[in-house]
Design a protein around this ligand. Structure first.
Ligand code: DLL
Length: 435
């Protein structure tokens, strides 16, 4: 049995990691300044020269980049290598405005594969595993990233892509998949389908899942672990910074280790841009210090979370990020109260409902409305209207206790909410559509 393990990087002392980050940052700033006019102009505007950056303590002197900059610079404006040295692009789904396109050299791909390989190892993967990659393949980074990581670990890789759930389950059984990689919402769907087909988790060889690309709660984790009979690990990343594997969970299942030898993480106050100390919740900002083709300095992710440092029980010293419970732009302000979809999900699963729900927000007569449709499990269904109304009232009450505002809850029949094979759409905010 072979285990892919970069102990030197993953378990480096804080001093060794800081020195490495300092060296890589200095070289990266120089590379970007010399090769990316867009960023050079931003630095000149701020009056910062590459010589001013001597180590990570100088990071705060650098200007931020945001999604708006990436759109402005589309498609080639942030490219730092000649196209002849680039071998691949990936792109975000881009529902609004221009897409973001990220470029990779072969070296960028190799480093990205390593990041994903670390995630698979941390979930217990070795060359003896069969890794089923059910993230989408194509422009989305999920499939390509985990596929590359799985090769690096030496797993037998099943490059399934997402969808075609019956075939997923067939291959899972026939080829004895031991690790499943997909979005948590798709994992929940696969779990549900397996039960409907009368297959028990004991009939499968699955032992671990590597789930990410969207926010998911601890309650959702427990529900998936139970339905698939596995341990479920979180994985985080974003196209702009490479893709999955920017951070990954280990056996402790309590926060994700950031691959700090490649990405420097900061937490800032989203309002003021001021860096915040470890432990405080704020916006996550990344500086990629090894990327060649598309190196972003101080990229504002809009994801809200906090960082914690210290040696983990798994032996890794890499800084940990807490589960991001949504992006700053996922937060809804309903009747003046800040609401994250994850808060609603927590209550639903705690109260024994399925993770299949849809949140609809609207504005009627100048007042915000919050409607939550929640699927019942077959055993929760009653043909007595009074019973159903009572259940709806109780659930609405539990949500009100969590949020402080009163929702309208609609219990809907099993299977009536569309299942997701990729990133789930859980919120429709009609107020935005009217604006
Ligand atoms: O979702 C990359 C990825 C693929 C990560 C597969 C993990 C697994 P994008 O499509 O560019 O890239 O979306 C990035 O998704 O800024 C977060 O808001 C969200 N996100 C990603 N992973 C997590 C996670 C991929 N584990 C955006 N928890 C990010 C919560 C996540 N949110």
């Amino acid at each position: 049995m072979e285990r892919y393990w970069n102990q030197e990087m993953e378990c480096a002392s804080p001093e060794v990691m800081k020195k490495l980050q300092d060296e890589r940052l200095v070289a990266q700033v120089k590379h970007v300044y010399e090769n990316v006019k867009y960023y050079r102009d931003l630095m000149d505007e701020k009056g910062v020269k590459p010589e001013d950056i001597k180590g990570t303590e100088d990071l705060r002197k650098l200007p931020f980049l945001s999604k708006a900059d990436l759109r402005d610079a589309y498609p080639f404006g942030l490219l730092a290598k000649p196209l002849s040295e680039c071998v691949r692009i990936h792109s975000t789904s881009g529902t609004t405005g221009r897409r973001v396109v990220a470029f990779y050299t072969q070296n960028d791909i190799d480093l990205w594969d390593e990041c994903c390989a670390r995630a698979i190892t941390a979930a217990g993967g070795t060359n003896e595993d069969v890794c089923q990659v059910a993230y989408g393949f194509g422009l989305f980074t999920g499939g390509a990233g985990l596929n590359g990581g799985s090769h690096t670990v030496g797993c037998l890789t099943l490059p399934m892509s997402s969808g075609n759930t019956d075939r997923q389950i067939q291959f899972m059984q026939d080829l004895g998949a031991t690790i499943l990689c997909c979005t948590p919402s798709y994992a929940a769907y696969i779990g549900e389908t397996i039960h409907e087909m009368g297959i028990s988790p004991d009939d499968l060889k699955l032992k671990a899942g590597i789930f990410g690309a969207e926010p998911w709660t601890e309650e959702m984790r427990r529900s998936i672990e139970k339905s698939l009979g596995i341990k479920a690990y979180d994985i985080y990343g974003l196209t702009e910074i490479s893709g999955p594997g920017v951070a990954f969970e280990c056996s402790e299942q309590n926060g994700m280790h950031i691959n700090e030898d490649n990405f420097i993480a900061e937490i800032i106050d989203p309002e003021t841009g001021e860096p915040l100390p470890d432990g405080e919740v704020g916006e996550l900002v990344f500086t990629s210090i090894t990327k060649e083709a598309f190196p972003l300095l101080r990229y504002r992710t809009r994801d809200l979370c906090r960082l914690t440092r210290g040696k983990c029980s798994c032996g890794r010293t890499l800084v940990k990020m807490a589960k991001p419970m949504g992006r700053s732009d996922d937060m809804m302000i309903i009747r003046g109260v800040n609401v994250f979809p994850s808060q609603i999900e927590t209550v639903l699963i705690e109260q024994g409902y399925s993770p299949n729900y849809l949140i609809e927000v609207d504005r009627v007569n100048n007042s915000d409305t919050l409607d939550i449709s929640v699927e019942m499990n077959p055993d929760q269904f009653s043909d007595k209207v009074k019973d159903m109304q009572k259940q709806e009232r109780e659930l609405a009450e539990a949500i009100k206790t969590m949020l402080g505002i009163n929702p309208k809850v609609h219990l809907v029949s099993p299977k009536s909410i569309t299942r997701s094979e990729g990133k789930a759409v859980r919120v429709i905010d009609r107020r935005k559509l009217h604006d």
